[in-house]
Design a protein around this ligand. Structure first.
Ligand SMILES: C[S@@+](CC[C@H](N)C(=O)[O-])C[C@H]1O[C@@H](n2cnc3c(N)ncnc32)[C@H](O)[C@@H]1O
Length: 313
């Protein structure tokens, strides 16, 4: 097998994840965000008699990983959204698994491929779709969403404090002609921001582009219930690891993990438990793990990574 493939994505917190998944030779593992198979390539070394299910909604990720993992016969590739986890497993006639990984967000390949339209660093049609067969594009969002919807997206998903200013300028421009490209949008953003913000920030468009990407790919919607389906599918002692890069994602992960790790969830004023809720998992990472200083220096994309792991009881 050739490892001379073009660079796709540097797997983040690789050792922490492989160790944290507690893999055994017969483990059945689901990599919900296969990407360039950086994590899966390592995982496969630990499960010689097991099976790996690699899911990604981006056809380029599936094609690349099929090539990269071609020497392994124990891999099933699934081009789908991991939010359909339950039906994916059911179609494969798999009831229980031993380890699951979700490595959220975009791959370096997606961000660094100019034609995908994810980045303000390259001029390209405003696209940003991970799944190129889906209808919704960034161009549609920018040109058709209402002012209030756009402000909300920029504020919540991008934590952009100039959201109102930027959206007002977008609306002004789109009344003249549709905004078609990444550079048109970047110029519209920069036109309305104070000059010192543009010079000071590492890309004044970064937050707006991030917000649009999250909206286009519906990154937060359905995450909680997908994680619940994953927890339900774990064998006793099975592990689920989630790597997130955004505070909203991390909050969703933290809360659903906590809910599953909690026994009684009755209100405190009720003297006797009526909920019968039982803890189904143990939290392995009391606080989220972060990338080492060395990794953060070598790969700045790891700086915002938070890794949370649970184990099924
Ligand atoms: C950060 S990359 C994963 C990188 C991978 N762990 C590696 O080491 O190469 C995230 C990948 O997940 C995919 N992805 C994101 N959200 C997804 C979803 N809801 N369903 C399926 N794939 C998704 C993206 O297309 C992208 O390829």
């Amino acid at each position: 097998m050739s490892e001379n493939l073009e660079f796709y994505h540097e797997p983040i917190m690789l050792n922490e994840i492989v160790k944290g998944l507690n893999l055994k030779p017969f483990s059945i593992v689901v990599d919900c965000t296969l990407g360039g198979a950086g994590h899966s390539f390592e995982i496969l070394k630990f499960i010689p008699n097991g099976k790996l299910i690699g899911i990604d909604k981006d056809v380029e990720a599936i094609n690349y990983s099929q090539n990269r993992l071609s020497k392994y016969s124990n891999v099933v590739f699934v081009r789908n959204d991991f939010k359909n986890y339950k039906s994916i497993l059911s179609k494969l006639e798999i009831k229980k698994v031993d380890a699951i990984l979700i490595d959220l967000g975009v791959s370096s390949h997606q961000i660094d491929t100019p034609s995908r339209g994810f980045s303000f660093r390259f001029d390209a049609p405003l696209d940003m779709r991970m799944d190129t067969s889906q209808k919704l594009t960034a161009k549609f969002v920018v040109n058709n969403y209402s002012k209030s919807e756009l402000i909300k997206i920029l504020k919540i998903y991008g934590e952009e404090k100039f959201a109102s200013l930027i959206v007002s300028n977008i609306i002004k421009h789109r009344l003249i002609k549709p905004i078609e490209t990444t550079f048109e949008l970047k110029n519209i953003i920069e036109e309305c921001l104070p000059k010192k913000i543009i010079y000071k920030s590492n890309g004044a468009s970064k937050k707006t582009f991030q917000a649009l990407r999250i909206e286009v790919n519906s990154e937060l919607f359905g995450l909680e219930s997908a994680i619940q389906d994953m927890i339900d599918s774990l064998n006793p002692k099975g592990r689920l690891a989630v790597l997130s890069f955004h505070s909203l994602e991390d909050r969703i992960v933290k809360n659903i993990f906590k809910y599953n790790a909690t026994g009684c969830i009755c209100p405190p004023n009720i003297p006797l438990c009526v909920c019968n809720h039982k803890a189904s998992v143990k939290i392995i990472t009391k606080k989220p793990l972060t990338a080492s200083n060395l990794e953060q220096t070598n790969n700045p994309r790891s700086t915002s990574a938070k890794l949370r792991i649970i184990e099924k009881l």
